[in-house]
Design a protein. Structure first.
Length: 352
């Protein structure tokens, strides 16, 4: 029997199509939070694993590589062309080595960054020269000597390697010291250099302490243990003691300059009373080899290497999450002032 169903009465139709029920929405509270935490944990774990991979691989492969001795730096093409690879290493500002991880990868041109770059270049057999781009009034005697020694190691690793120094506004004292590792020194026409000397500088704040009511309290094991205490006047014996150290380090500086500039020690000693020189005077005195600009630096470097062109790179430290988390705190002016007042250093530095 055939039954006709009227389309005007859908509610009575036995086979009416009913839309499926909407899916139930899952909670967006704890469940979603757990997922986010899990994903963040995975990402952090991967980052930590990548950061530790050098140590892990060194442990299992038996090829340990210290991060300071073999620093991983990103190469940036700076200028030039050809197959001869050269690294430009800037040295800017006060030459001091912190020994700490610099914040956000460190300041380009700091002594720390320069030393890492020199060490990185030393272990890259493709690097044939370093262009030392200096704009500094010097700094710590040990920091200057360490960078000088690192440049000598760079050249010793391959007898064909060269170092060319180029001066900016200033290349004085410790900055001139490190330039002595170079095979050729170029000053710009307006450069200031020289200041071959040693400096110990401290503050005498006894008068200020008396005015504001600050008293010195020092418990010491011997008469000279608090030498250069800013609240205590130097004795004649202490002054002579410090002068002897300065004279010894001064003689080292003079000897190093004489050897590297092929001049008699007494000739350099006559110039080494701390005076500074213009670029033209320094050239006339053979303290620098040439006055020129960047294109002259490139041409001279290529000439020393016996090639027509050079391809210049610079290094850059990558900034990752680990370096951000491990960086220094923000600069603290009060702490900087305290360190300046409370610490005395022996310096190869032009103080202005």
């Amino acid at each position: 029997m055939l039954t006709m169903i009227s389309s005007s009465t859908p509610s009575s139709a036995p086979h009416a199509i009913t839309p499926p029920p909407l899916p139930r929405r899952r909670g967006t509270g704890k469940g979603r939070l757990y997922v986010i935490i899990a994903l963040e944990s995975v990402v952090l774990g991967v980052i930590l694993l990548i950061g530790a991979w050098d140590s892990i691989s060194a442990e299992f492969l038996g090829k340990p590589k210290g991060k300071d001795e073999f620093p991983k730096l990103k190469e940036i093409w700076s200028c030039g062309s050809g197959d001869t690879k050269v690294i430009k290493v800037p040295v800017r500002g006060m030459i001091t080595l912190s020994g700490d991880k610099p914040r956000f990868g460190g300041d380009a041109g700091s002594a720390d960054s320069a030393l890492l770059a020199i060490r990185r270049a030393t272990h890259d057999a493709k690097v044939k020269a370093i262009i030392l781009d200096i704009d500094s009034g010097g700094g710590g005697i040990t920091a200057s000597d360490i960078i000088y020694h690192a440049l000598l190691n760079f050249k010793a690793a391959d007898p064909g390697r060269k170092v060319v120094a180029v001066f900016g506004d200033v290349a004085a004292s410790g900055a001139y010291y490190i330039a002595m590792a170079s095979d050729h020194v170029i000053a710009r026409p307006t450069s200031i250099t020289g200041s071959i000397g040693v400096l110990i500088q401290a503050f005498d704040i006894r008068g200020l302490g008396e005015k504001v009511g600050i008293k010195n309290v020092t418990i010491k094991s011997g008469e000279n243990k608090d030498i250069l205490n800013p609240f205590v006047e130097l004795t004649a014996e202490q002054r002579a003691m410090l002068q002897g150290i300065v004279d010894e380090l001064h003689t080292r500086f003079i000897t190093l300059v004489a050897e590297n500039r092929n001049k008699p020690v007494e000739t350099i000693r006559a110039l080494a009373d701390g005076r500074i020189f213009s670029a033209s005077t320094a050239r006339d005195l053979a303290l620098v080899d040439q006055i020129g600009y960047w294109e002259d630096v490139l041409a001279k470097t290529a000439g020393l290497l016996g090639v027509d062109t050079i391809k210049v790179f610079r290094y850059q430290q990558d900034v990752g999450l680990l370096s951000l988390l491990g960086g220094h705190a923000m600069w603290d002016p009060a702490s900087a002032l305290y360190n300046t007042l409370s610490q005395s250093r022996i310096l190869y530095r032009w103080p202005f």
